[in-house]
Each structure stands twice: as C-alpha cells, then as structure tokens.
Design a protein around this ligand. Structure first.
Ligand code: 13P
Ligand code: SF4
Length: 310
C-alpha cells in the first residue's frame, strides 16, 4: 500500500462511490472511530445495521458483530476488515456443548448475550446486550427458568439486579477479567476525586467498587452528564477516545490490568486497522457469508430483542 496515500480521504471516496457505511464499535482504534459513520455499543450497532440503506456495510468490530449485521441484511455485502477478529467470550460457548447443556434443561428459556456465534443465537430464544439485558429478562415471566449465556460475570450481575436465579454458562471476556482490584484501589488512593465506572462483563469484585455500571454507550453518556472531573474506566481502552472527545477537560484513567501487559486492549478488536478498513473497502473482502437456514434461525431471537428494545 502506497504510504503516500491519505487513507482518510480514500475511505471517504470509497464510501461515496460504493454507497458504503462504516459501523464501528467504541473499542476500535481512534482513527477508525474518526472515519466511522456510526460509532456505538452492540445494541446501537445492531439497530444501525437493521435500518441502514447502504449497499455495503463495513463492520469495524469483531466477527459476531459483523455476523449480526449480515443476519439482518442478507442482500447486502458485509465486510469485516480482519476476518480473524474474533471474541474470547463468543469462543467460550461452542455450539456442540451448548446444545447438550440446553437439552439437559428443556424447560428453560435461553437468553444469550449478543457476544456469541450465529450457531448459539440459533439455539437461543432471545438475544440481549449489556444495555437492554434487564429489560429483556423482565420480559420473561418471573417463574420461568432461564439459561443465560455465555458471560457468567454479566449473568451474575443480572441475577443480582433482577433477583432471578438464571442458570449461567461458564464463559467470560478475557479483557474484562484482567482488571486488578488491588491496582484500582491504589489508583483510587492517588486520585480520590476519580469515580470508578465499569462494564458489567467485569468480575464481581471490580463491580462492587464501581460507582456506575453500564454498557459502553451508557458509560460514555454517564461521563458526559456526571459532575465528576475524573474517572477510572474499567472497560476496554478504546472507549476513552470518545470520552475524552466529548469531555476534553475531564481526566480518564484506564483501569489497570493485573500484569504489566496491554491486556485491557482487546487483541481481537485491535486486529482491525485503518489500512485494513481501506483495503477491505477497495477489494470488498473479507466478506461475511452464512448458510441461509442458520441465518433464519439466528434472526428470530435478534428480532425479538429489537422488538423489545424499541
Ligand atoms: P457493549 O459495547 O455492548 O457494551 O459491549 C462491550 C463488548 O465487550 C463488546 O465486545
Ligand atoms: Fe470479546 Fe471481550 Fe474483546 Fe468484547 S472486549 S470483543 S467481549 S474479547
């Protein structure tokens, strides 16, 4: 790729020429967020994908997100800049063992977090995201047993919030499990004015010290409206770009991971780069494809979610 090319300009040209839209998750690198037409959390992205009139959807996120966009748009081309951008949480629920788990509890309704494969969606009754999960759970009668998959941390948090006793699949996100309570506590001593805010995929010990818990969009909105001047943010670091843009005078400190690694950066999300966004638009590859029966089965629980979240 010619290093003299202005990728921002080239991407804008390709958008016009191909009637393309770029949907990006908050965990994408800042440059990608800056060329995106829509940046959002998983629910916002699914809703944007459901109503777009573009011919080409460039999904700057991970595989399950692009897959959801394809499920909702069978006639459109959906591109993922790097096909290897997976998700440890989605990987923690393989379809075979999950089918057996479901068969062992035939009286349970299955609510699955959107961070799962199309196969798991096809085995689910309703999909939820971290921003609508309570509403989705409350749409199910109180005496109806529920399986919640794949995130055990989000599931335990929701059991606490809703007073249900959902049966939890044992999955988790490698990024949200890495935060160190000890280091967060130490940071809080150095910055007593900073509020800890966290994503519900974090472990219970971190959620207990958080003053606000929410999806990425909810965390961002909270920092815009709240009066504090500093925040320790326990989620993937990509969200700090929008937080800082929206509130330039406030301080945002990424919650530190246990090891001295950059593991609060999602290695899957960060596989996408601006260069790969450009290349995938130019060559219309890699494309998400799906077998039609699987797509139709996975579509039902997503549509139920969209209906309830209207
Ligand atoms: P939300 O953006 O829906 O909060 O999800 C966070 C996440 O981990 C996506 O992979
Ligand atoms: Fe999956 Fe966690 Fe990365 Fe989100 S942050 S894509 S849940 S591994």
């Amino acid at each position: 790729l010619d290093p003299g090319k202005d990728l921002f300009q080239e991407i804008e040209r390709l958008k016009r020429e191909k009637n393309a839209i770029i949907l990006a998750h908050y965990y994408q690198e800042p440059d990608i967020q800056d060329v995106a037409d829509y940046i959002g959390d998983s629910l916002g992205l699914a809703q944007a994908a459901a109503k777009t009139e573009a011919d080409l959807i460039v999904f700057a996120g991970v595989h399950f997100m692009a897959e959801t966009a394809k499920i909702l748009n069978p006639g459109k081309k959906v591109l993922l800049p790097d096909l290897k951008a997976g998700c440890s949480l989605a990987d923690s629920a393989p379809a075979g063992p999950f089918r057996k788990f479901k068969e062992a509890h035939p009286d349970h309704v299955v609510i699955s977090y959107i961070n799962c494969t199309a196969e798991i969606k096809a085995l689910s009754d309703i999909i939820c995201t971290s921003s609508n999960a309570e509403k989705i759970i409350e749409s199910v009668p109180a005496d109806q047993p529920i399986i919640f998959a794949p995130d055990k941390n989000l599931g335990a948090y929701l059991n606490k919030k809703t007073g249900r006793n959902m049966l939890l699949w044992n999955g988790s996100c490698m990024v949200h499990e890495i935060f160190s309570l000890e280091k967060i506590t130490r940071l809080k001593v150095r910055h007593p004015e900073a509020k800890v805010i966290a994503h519900p995929e974090c472990e219970d010990a971190v959620l207990r010290v958080a003053e606000f818990i929410g999806s990425t969009t909810q965390l961002l909105k909270y920092t815009q409206k709240d009066s504090a001047q500093a925040y320790i943010v326990a989620t993937e670091t990509g969200i700090l770009h929008q937080m800082q843009k929206e509130s330039p005078l406030k301080t945002f400190i990424p919650a530190p991971p246990t090891n001295n690694c950059a593991c609060n950066d999602c290695p899957h999300m960060k596989l996408n780069t601006l260069e790969k966004v450009y290349l995938c638009m130019e060559y219309e590859l890699p494309e998400i494809t799906m077998e039609e029966n699987l797509r139709l089965a996975a579509k039902k629980p997503i549509e139920r979610m969209l209906e309830i979240s209207r």
